[in-house]
Design a protein around this ligand. Structure first.
Ligand SMILES: [Fe+2]
Ligand SMILES: [Fe+2]
Length: 519
């Protein structure tokens, strides 16, 4: 039998010719041509190894012009030296379809808000996934792999797999010296504790602009459920200070930032409610509180959720056997009456100018200090200064009333305020989000974002004092002084952070840094 001979050029031409026939017969195939098809229909199957080493190499070389770019071909690292600058940061997965409406909404935001668009390039679901020519030509101008925003914030590349179940697993050590943004298909947020006197470091994963398309296996199905089209607004104030706010695309590909809804080619207002970080009135932070009030006015929030509204230090059972702690209580927390009067005045002051809104007191452990103190009969022998008020509250408490609500009503503090003291089993819903304080877990367990995610689907909780986002659970921070005596000497991730719940089912955490939440 005569050996087949041909030049490499002839082999290449034959592969291209047979590939066209293959494409006609199998138009839905992702491959240019299959090995078996070429061997059955091509002239030079036996010469492929000689010229290319393997069939796979032959295809890669013959179609290299048409082969799109993969993550390995892209390496764009940048150090920004521009301050007072806004960015919109998201991520993109090679080989996946772009959510075009979301991209148009993003480009609209960037134009209106003068933001630079950064798309962090991820690796593909499969190692050799590439960007199609169309996607590359259209969006590569936004591509980056790493970016240093300022000395405290970096976007770093970890080449995470898009189908990885929890995006920030094991990465928190990386954020020990600065906050870090990581490209991923989920949107998570963790706070890394530092000294109490410093702002904690935060790690965010971005969310993406591409649709999910995972395998049919366990990991693929979980990845599908948690996939988030979303991003982060990053505002760099100077070399040290920055603001980051997260957003997600809704089912139409639109998204909300503050009270604006970016909808492909138009911007409208959107309804938004605020879940305030723990207030601990009596130990509240006046600067953080005034920022929340500014947010409420600016975004026109109609429903305001209060977590740990009352500090309750005057009857705090944790201090029962600590004379020093009792002795050093501030003047307005010396007696329960002083502290409740302080709360009444706080509410009157806070609601001034926003009396038309509805305020909801989320049942919380610190509010419950009063009921606990009554239930244990401590008002009888605890302190004579609290005995008379305790006896009065006790009868109302036995009748099923909330003792704090009763006191504020009976002393005319909340006469003109639409305030609702919710009960423990009451379902509190803000649009698609369940609102809970977070001190009670699932069953008899401890509360955590992870357990709430299983139980409530989309939800916003508080209590932990360190802001967080895990799957569809967000946790707000505080509006009180972070330097509390009971955490003296520990590391802390506490941060002044409120949560926003939007009409379109999306949410955002708003961190308040040095008396400001935006550029
Ligand atoms: Fe709290
Ligand atoms: Fe709490």
């Amino acid at each position: 039998m005569k050996a087949i001979s041909a030049t490499k050029e002839q082999v290449e031409k034959d592969i291209i010719k047979i590939s066209k026939i293959f494409k006609k017969q199998f138009p839905d195939s992702k491959e240019k041509i299959s090995r078996d098809f070429y061997r059955a229909n091509g002239k030079y199957g036996s010469l492929l190894d000689k010229f290319y080493g393997s069939f796979k190499n032959a295809i890669a070389e013959v179609f290299k012009e048409e082969r799109g770019k993969s993550r390995e071909d892209i390496d764009i690292k940048k150090i920004s030296s521009s301050y007072k600058k806004r960015y919109l940061v998201s991520a993109i997965v090679p080989g996946q379809k772009v959510n075009e409406v979301f991209m148009q909404s993003i480009e609209l935001y960037c134009k209106k808000e003068k933001a630079e668009l950064i798309l962090l390039v991820m690796r593909g679901i499969k190692k050799d996934d590439v960007f199609s020519k169309d996607v590359y030509d259209k969006y590569s101008k936004y591509f980056h792999t790493e970016l240093t925003f300022n000395s405290n914030l970096k976007a770093m590349d970890f080449l995470l797999l898009p189908q990885q179940i929890i995006s920030l697993t094991g990465l928190d050590r990386i954020a020990r010296s600065n906050s870090v943004i990581v490209a991923h298909t989920k949107q998570e947020h963790v706070t890394i504790p530092v000294r109490i006197t410093e702002y904690p470091h935060i790690m965010w994963s971005t969310g993406v602009v591409t649709y999910p398309n995972y395998g049919d296996d366990r990991i693929g199905k979980i990845a599908m459920q948690d996939h988030t089209c979303g991003g982060l607004i990053v505002e760099v104030v100077d070399n040290k200070i920055y603001h980051v706010r997260n957003f997600q695309a809704d089912k139409n590909g639109y998204f909300a930032v503050f009270n604006k809804w970016y909808r492909k080619d138009k911007i409208t207002n959107i309804k938004v409610n605020i879940v305030m970080g723990d207030i601990h009135c009596g130990a509240e932070d006046p600067i953080a509180i005034s920022q929340s009030k500014q947010l409420i006015k600016e975004l026109d929030c109609k429903y305001i959720y209060f977590n740990d509204l009352f500090d309750g230090r005057s009857v705090n059972h944790h201090e029962d056997f600590n004379i020093y702690a009792q002795y050093t209580r501030p003047v307005h927390q010396q007696t329960l009456e002083d502290e409740l009067n302080y709360l009444g005045n706080f509410l009157q002051d806070f609601t001034k100018g926003i009396e038309d809104r509805t305020f909801i007191v989320v049942p919380s452990n610190h509010n419950d200090f009063v009921s606990r103190w009554l239930a244990e009969g401590k008002f009888v022998f605890g302190s004579p200064k609290n005995a008379k008020l305790g006896a009065e509250l006790f009868t109302h408490y036995l009748d099923g009333e909330d003792p704090i609500e009763y006191y504020l009503k009976s002393r005319n503090f909340i006469k003109n305020i639409k305030i609702h003291f919710a009960t423990r089993n009451e379902e509190l819903k803000s649009f698609e989000h369940t609102i809970i304080h977070g001190d009670k877990g699932v069953g008899a367990g401890k509360g955590s974002a992870k357990s709430f995610d299983k139980c409530y689907d989309k939800n916003i909780s508080a209590h932990g004092h360190s802001p967080k986002r895990f799957r569809s659970s967000s946790v707000v921070g505080i509006n009180c002084d972070p330097n509390q005596p009971y955490i003296a000497g520990t590391g802390s991730g506490w941060m002044a952070t409120d949560g926003l719940s939007y009409e379109n089912g999306t949410d955002s955490l708003i961190n308040k840094i040095k008396g400001s939440y935006k550029l």
